[in-house]
Design a protein around this ligand. Sequence first.
Ligand SMILES: Cc1cc2nc3c(=O)[nH]c(=O)nc-3n(C[C@H](O)[C@H](O)[C@H](O)COP(=O)(O)O)c2cc1C
Length: 217
Amino acid sequence: MGSTQPEFKNPATTTLLELVKARRTYYGLKAESPISDEAIESIVQDAVLHVPSSFNTQTSRVVLLLKEEHQKLWDIAINIMESLVAAGKVPKEMFETHTKPKLNAFRAAYGTVLFFVDYDSLAAIKEKFAIYADKFDPFALESNAMSQYLVWTALCSEGFGANLQHYSPLIDEQVQKTWNIPASWKLDAQLVFGTPASEPSEKTFQPIEDRYKVFGK
Ligand SMILES: Cc1cc2nc3c(=O)[nH]c(=O)nc-3n(C[C@H](O)[C@H](O)[C@H](O)COP(=O)(O)O)c2cc1C
């Protein structure tokens, strides 16, 4: 997809773009890891440290859950959904045929990275730069998304498959309690990862011409 590859000065640029293309959504995952837990930690920590944030506010917070701790997360989601079914808020049929198998597939993976934003930490800078006050929250979320993307891409580069989930606010309270998460950390996304058990589905692309313009070439 896209234009033919030009010559880059740095071969790492080609590699980087290959990794960008190789990152996909994998739903079929196994509770196995191609790399050490320390290597996973290193990816996550590098994302926390080096992904940029507006005014270097460093608003992203990340929790890495591996193995049994990861399973605990998806047990929480399953239990909450079951209670919604019991309360008549979610149709039983839909839960049994659709939601439960999906949640069990997440549970069958190796780990989950929880991405949070600490919006409270922005109070001082919002006061200092009042003119931008309403921009800081969206900037913080954008920075968080950059971390999600980097970790997703790096994990795929190491032979993992991963998918990005959003079970907030459903699971927030239990997550906070279970892992003693500070109240100011607001959960945004959950990146589920494991060794791929199946291929990603086919991906279609809108024509690049409809989505991109260049001037001054
Ligand atoms: C901001 C964002 C939110 C997403 N949320 C979800 C989600 O809640 N559940 C899910 O299964 N996939 C989610 N996805 C995955 C997208 O559906 C997927 O990235 C897209 O279809 C392109 O496929 P690819 O990841 O294989 O390139 C999300 C992706 C992005 C970028």
